[in-house]
Design a binder for this molecule. Structure first.
Ligand SMILES: [Zn+2]
Length: 267
């Protein structure tokens, strides 16, 4: 499932290949991905327009349209954004494609159709309407702000990290990585952590997401690009701790399957 580092990768694809080029054709292969928006309205708004800025907030990607408004992309469970050269073949499961004048196009693919492509008038209003907290890498969102948002919660730390309303961008996979790097039990209640542990959790969240984005790592895709000592490539049956070589524990929490090291994290 795409998380912050994956969507950051898609933002780069959009920024590198999709900005300031006239959109000559809008192809909607499956209008269900547009929700209530009609394919006709969607195409009319983008046909002949140019995308002029790419912005990511949590797991959402937004592109500013020169005529006004924003194109929004959410990747759900299996979504991706790819550049397709003019001579290239359309990728499998393409739901929406934007073709540029003489220079290929961008394909939004999504095998399982969970996700959304849309249009909004204002990016800030959209973020509010989606109930998103600050982006997990937003510099203005510091430890004091994080601590104020979570210190009275009685939920487990993994659920808190994945709560998009507190901090947007982290899902099941990166919450496991962050908790492993912070050496914290995913099932521990956030209010039971010592202040020093909460600080370490926050700092590790930043460090893990920054490093993954910088290395072009994703969640399921490009897991091997994560820095040495990462849990992510070991998130599988029979996986071992990259630090102490103990077999990893597989657990269920809130309907998700997670991985942790019993020895390093006391889980
Ligand atoms: Zn370990």
């Amino acid at each position: 499932m795409p998380e912050l580092p994956d969507v950051e990768g898609f933002r780069r694809v959009l920024a590198k290949n999709g900005l300031r080029k006239a959109i000559v054709r809008v192809v909607v292969r499956d209008a269900r991905i547009l929700g209530k928006l009609s394919a006709r309205t969607f195409a009319a708004r983008l046909q002949g327009a140019r995308l002029v800025a790419a912005r990511r907030h949590g797991k959402h990607l937004m592109a500013k349209i020169d005529r006004g408004g924003w194109l929004t992309l959410h990747f759900g469970l299996t979504g991706a954004l790819q550049f397709v050269p003019a001579s290239g073949e359309e990728p499998a499961f393409t739901r929406v494609r934007l073709d540029f004048a003489g220079d290929g196009g961008l394909a939004y693919t999504n095998k399982r159709m969970i996700g959304r492509v849309g249009l909004v008038e204002d990016a800030a209003d959209f973020i509010t309407a989606e109930g998103l907290g600050p982006d997990a890498l937003d510099k203005r969102f510091d430890f004091a702000a994080f601590d104020a948002a979570v210190s009275r919660s009685k939920r487990d730390v993994k659920a808190v990290l994945m709560d998009q309303a507190i901090m947007a961008g982290i899902g099941n996979i990166y919450s496991d990585e962050i908790l492993f790097q912070a050496r914290i039990d995913p099932a521990e209640r956030i209010d039971k952590l010592a202040p020093g542990q909460r600080k370490r959790l926050f700092l590790k969240a930043r460090a893990v997401l920054k490093a993954a984005s910088a290395h072009g790592a994703g969640s399921e895709r490009f897991a091997e690009r994560t820095p040495k000592g990462s849990l992510l490539p070991e998130r599988r049956k029979g996986g071992i701790c990259p630090s102490c070589r103990s077999p990893l524990k597989i657990f269920k929490l809130g309907g998700r399957t997670g991985y942790c090291c019993p020895r390093c994290q006391g889980c």
